[in-house]
Design a binder for this molecule. Sequence first.
Ligand code: ADP
Ligand code: MG
Length: 477
Amino acid sequence: MTNSVDLDLWLKVLSVLEEKLPRGQFITWFKDTSILGRENDNVIVGLPLPMFLNWHLEHYRTMTIEALKALDPTIDQIVYQVDVGLKDDAARTLRLLEHFPEKKKSRKVAGKAEIKIAEGLYSKILNPRYSLENFVVGPDNRLAHAACSAVASQPGGKYNPLFIYGGVGLGKTHLLQATGNAILRTMPNATILYTTTEDFTNQVIEAIQHQKMEQFRRKYREVDVLIIDDVQFLANKDRTQEELFHTFNALTEERKQVIISSDRPPRELSILQDRLVSRFERGMIADVGVPDYETRHAILSEKTKEFGLLLDEKVLGYIAEHATKSVRQLEGILMQAVAQYELEHCVPTVKGIADIMRKLCEPLNEQKDEDIGFQPAPKQAVSFQDLLEGVSRYYSVSVGDMLGESRVREVLVPRQIAMYIGKKHLRMSFVRLGESFSNRDHTTVMHAVDKIEKKIQEDAQMLREIRTIEREVGLAA
Ligand code: ADP
Ligand code: MG
């Protein structure tokens, strides 16, 4: 019987591990565990099934000991003990879920963690989960993967800067982080700075406010590898672009590696100053695309292995066939299946997966519609929220602004475009669309749709932009 001190200790250990592991894994492998007692300096950790033993020894032992030692330095080792009595203790599972409720945006929170890599230099943590080895290669990402591998083995070499671009959830962050990890493995003393455009911008602002620009510049010039994720968010940030430009020049002159990601190629980053675009184009540019069926299947197999999950071949095939949007979507569906399996004790079936997918993809649309000759809703339903997010990303305008009242052009046009695409593809009625845009009148929506329809007859650039958004949110091939 676990005493309350040990129970308390174990809960603390679990909250440490919870931060480090994907939720499905955490629930799967820790929900029926406990501290069973102590033996000298050893802690006896109880596992519910024999199959857990190897898995824990191989995957979680080191991190569990670390967490235990950090909380109680007198602890030396773990002794695992299988106790089938722990299994299927519904009350325990409930307690665990209560203690560790799913955190909304937990990814973001975890991603916020920073480490000090040198005096005054902070990098987002490189997540060890991302490696070049566990990135599944297919025709649509082969070049990007090869370029990252080349950079990893020769940073500052031929491919400098390396520019990776592609849609959401297709593996850009994975590749950037994996490259950083790979470089660290061979050059443990290298200063590798991984940052998001948002953080970089904030640091520039802070440096300006505190008149510490010189220090900022000096600092950044000390890094060996600079990795900047999602540079499309540099829109309208002239000062940040300028600083990036200088940093960039200083680093590449010294043959230090720069790696960048974006949702589109440099040329299409119309928001960027030309000189920055031409710098980006000097090195290697590679894209990641939506993986084909075979690659999706291979990715799923890899992920199920990572989660220690056995899925029926038919189920794998079904998910691979239908989750065509992005790798993130694939993962999302898989995680739902794991959660359902864990919580409801039902083995994923094709029908179960189909239900999950329907729920995940449920559009906010209505079928009744004053049809004005638009295309039928796509089979693979995209939600209104997906659309909003897609437009928001593309134009770097927040969703809140699009739904809000602002009538400045930068917001107004994306809002009208979102209405137009909503009407065209999601078959939402004017009334419904109006409601979705903070209860606007349906005539406002009609007017907007009309306006965009006319505009694209003569404005090829806008038409291209709309096509790109449609592709990105999965509404067109
Ligand atoms: P992006 O930064 O392009 O939006 P991410 O790098 O965050 O996308 O990828 C989303 C998820 O999909 C991550 O969990 C990542 O590990 C996974 N993923 C993407 N592409 C692959 C791949 N080819 N092989 C394995 N996992 C992948
Ligand atoms: Mg990313």
